[in-house]
Design a binder for this molecule. Sequence first.
Ligand code: NA7
Length: 551
Amino acid sequence: MEQGIMDNHQQNSSLSAAESVRSLDAVVIGAGFSGMYMLYRLRAIGMSAQVYEAGDNVGGTWYWNRYPGARCDSESIHYSYSFSPELEQEWVWAERYPSQPEILRYLNHVADRFDLRRNIQFHTSVTSAHYDSATNRWAITTDTGERVMATYCIMAVGCLSAPNIPKITGLEQFAGQIYHTSRWPHEGVDFSGKRVGIIGTGSTGIQSIPQIAKQADHLFVFQRTPNYSLPARNRPLSAEELARTKANYRELRKAARESSSGATYDLPEQPRALLEATPAERQRLLEQAWQLGGFSATASFTDTMTSLEANTYLADFVRAKIREIVHDPAVAERLLPRDHPLGSKRPCVDTGYFETYNRDNVTLIDIRSDPIQQITATSVQTSAGAYEIDVLVFATGFDAMTGALFNIDIRGRNDLALKQKWADGPRTYLGLMTAAFPNLFIITGPGSPSVLSNVPVAIEQHVEWIADCLASMHEHGFNTIEPDVAAEEAWIQHVNEAANRTLYPLANSWFLGTNIPDKPRIFMPYVGGVGVYGKICEQVVAKGYEGFRMW
Ligand code: NA7
């Protein structure tokens, strides 16, 4: 048996199973940003822990999403761990936005620097996690046939990690290569001389389309919903800029944690209500934000996610930009997002996306007006015609926030399946835990800011909250924690009310689960903002872990 701070409990529990299987304080599932940091913090409080990871290396999202053009939309200086000032000082970010290979190098560096790999088992998917009331322990099984017991089971599975591949008639007949952007071959794909079809124009499609178009003989883009996209204006980071950031990192991190989105923006003016500005000022502010690039356009205004009028103003500005960029007016018209407010689906950030439609080797197909009817051995057929292709790329996103959890058979008290408990939508207290599943923690779970924020900030806050909670329980002689049903109910109501005060519910989006057939339409992340949410979590602790029971 491994040594850990819960050993007293382990000795008291029924040993019949524990003797034949490995027994630990904690099992962490996933070795991305969250699982790696969770392991680090568990070690720091003296717990024995094992991380299981399906991939053959660390990185999570950044291990899997290797499609051409993959890049983070958060800026490098914010999209990183803050827990180690030494790490902050030694790592040198190359560009304003980090590319996928750079983030993966960074996470590998973190794994080596903090000697994390010795407690991470790669090539191993957890298939089930069952809570055993008799021993008050979690029994965890893997696809490699391993079985371990742990007091705590911590889900670090990511919010966007279960790929969505739509069921399209005839897909199995296709004779060419099929790829999903989040399961990209490590050796890359050579599109030279190929006719390529891509389905999906979310963040991933918008990043990869310009890159694939440069290489392919012809690219057919099958678009269901036109999307807003803002120019990234990526650039190398200068030595002076990096030095300034490194000198101010503590202030920057504090500001990010207190902010709404988990990042701060270098704006020349304080954010203000768009509707309070005169028409001339609005135009100036919008143009300024467009030139600054990235999320500056949404960060510059305080009312675009709550006022449809303000949002329409911003959206009209972006639509005018698309018309300016795209030469063919008919193509531009098909690219104009009109059925949802800007930001109500995750806004995209691009490099040369709309410009790509000025290339002769790119064709945009509107599958809303001409739906895909079937895929044959050599083509995608819509109601308007057949498009002959050699390669088909799915950039169709994920079963977000719950998909990766449901891929594991998670069972709590009385054999209750998580999937069953959440049949009408996820139910959590603070996005951290769910009643009837004692000692099961979810990092950036539904009901927390997670995907609405610069995710590493949300991850660090959750990991630290969990580690502090476990340390405090140990100090007080407890080994079990579970939220009250009433606290959970009140939190769900708060999450829904907060979303309903915004424009988010006006779009069909993966935030609401509407990209997956038959998924309940529930707004899953918490829109209250990272800063507000962090304060709520602190108050819960200050009030003796209000809403939780410990024993
Ligand atoms: P997204 O943002 O979910 O985008 C998926 C795209 O695929 C989107 O354009 C979808 O159209 C389209 N899609 C999904 N299912 C279908 C079907 N059945 N037929 C046609 N088109 C379809 O995923 P991404 O990978 O781009 O980005 C995910 C997140 O990663 C992103 O938001 C960032 O947070 C990082 P729709 O809009 O649903 O009509």
